[in-house]
Design a protein around this ligand. Structure first.
Ligand code: SF4
Length: 354
């Protein structure tokens, strides 16, 4: 079964590190956007049963109730499996009783909440301001048991003590999933334009090791480079990406993988509203598919299953790839935890060599 990703590119304010596909909230534009989104789903959704929906952004929670009603009219066109996972991304400041009730009424059963930090100094650099985080998470937990919190680390004036405080505050929330990303200074972001300097990579590495140690000590399973969860609370939607499975991508700048075609939508709102939705499409050959299986699969701490690879491609991984740099256990090839932090360079090397 496939997954569905829906992109809502609107935000109330723009964060200083953000290079996502987003724009300021504008009611007139939202109306036109949701109409076109509905058209895109009608044109491309193949009516199959779906196991996960993920509404991401931007900040989907910045939509008004009427705009959310229109959005959920679209998701109601999608057939859901019995044990589906339906994730809705929220900004912590948008969380209130009405929103939570409304999301629950519309089949949402998982929240992904952008907190990013508990530290005023670091939030200020990010161009964010949070209020009553603990109170709002407590309220959210009274409606949803499956909750992810996003945190960012690695700002250049962040100390190990700052990180420890953020982890302590996160643990106090007692939610089953955390996605924790190192700040990357992307081009065309406010921080980059203002010549903000990156933190020393050795310190970033130490911070990553500290995060893994603290979360493991608190029974969080490290299942993907940046993702940790309590048992059975991994993100089923993101696992679709890392298992190189098929999914629809709807909305501005969204990407998808359907019937062996990988595609990307335009990031231009004008083109999108004019119906020039697709930016590019690529029919994948078997070699590219097998490479993606390894590149995406090795992001998972357990790596890639040899049995599943054989079942999918009727070839053994060793026949196709030089696996000398990978670790192997009974059934999986994986990247050793001590090198997981430098995964990207290992993967580039892996693909270049093969
Ligand atoms: S980081 Fe999220 S909330 Fe901030 S501007 Fe980007 S999409 Fe919007």
């Amino acid at each position: 079964m496939r997954g569905v990703y829906i992109h809502v590119p609107f935000c109330k304010s723009i964060c200083t590190y953000c290079d996502f596909c987003k724009m300021y909230k504008n009611d007139d534009l939202i109306k036109k956007y949701l109409k076109k989104l509905s058209f895109e789903v009608e044109e491309n959704y193949l009516n199959d049963v779906i196991k996960t929906i993920y509404i991401g952004g931007g900040t989907p929670s910045c939509l008004s109730k009427n705009e959310l009603k229109s959005l959920f009219k679209i998701t109601k066109k999608i057939k859901l499996s019995k044990n589906y996972e339906f994730t809705f991304e929220c900004n912590i400041n948008d969380i209130n009783e009405n929103l939570l009730m409304f999301l629950k009424e519309n089949n949402v059963n998982r929240l992904s909440i952008g907190v990013e930090s508990f530290n005023e100094k670091l939030l200020k650099i990010m161009g964010r301001k949070n209020t009553d985080v603990a109170k709002k998470i407590k309220l959210a937990k009274s409606y949803f048991s499956n909750i992810n919190v996003d945190l960012i680390y690695g700002l250049n004036n962040e100390t190990m003590d700052d990180l420890d405080d953020d982890l302590k505050n996160f643990l106090k929330l007692d939610v089953p999933h955390i996605s924790i990303y190192c700040l990357i200074l992307e081009d065309n972001t406010i921080l980059k334009i203002n010549n903000y300097q990156e933190l020393d990579s050795d310190i970033e590495r130490q911070m990553y090791d500290r995060i893994r140690k603290v979360l493991r000590k608190n029974d969080y399973i490290h299942y993907e480079i940046s993702n940790f969860c309590k048992k059975n609370y991994h993100s089923r939607h993101n696992m679709i990406y890392w298992n190189n499975e098929e999914y629809y991508g709807f909305g501005l700048g969204a990407g998808g993988f359907i019937n062996n075609i990988r595609y990307e939508n335009t990031r231009s709102i004008n083109n999108y509203l004019k119906g020039k939705i697709r930016l590019e499409e690529e029919k994948l050959d078997e070699k590219t598919n097998m490479e993606n299986e390894m590149i995406l699969g090795l992001r998972k701490i357990n790596g890639v299953s040899r049995k599943k690879f054989y079942k999918k491609y009727h070839k053994n991984i060793e026949e196709v790839f030089d696996v000398s740099k990978l670790n192997k256990n009974n059934n999986n090839y994986y990247i050793s935890k001590k090198y997981i932090y430098v995964e990207n360079s290992i993967l580039t090397d892996f693909i270049d060599k093969n």
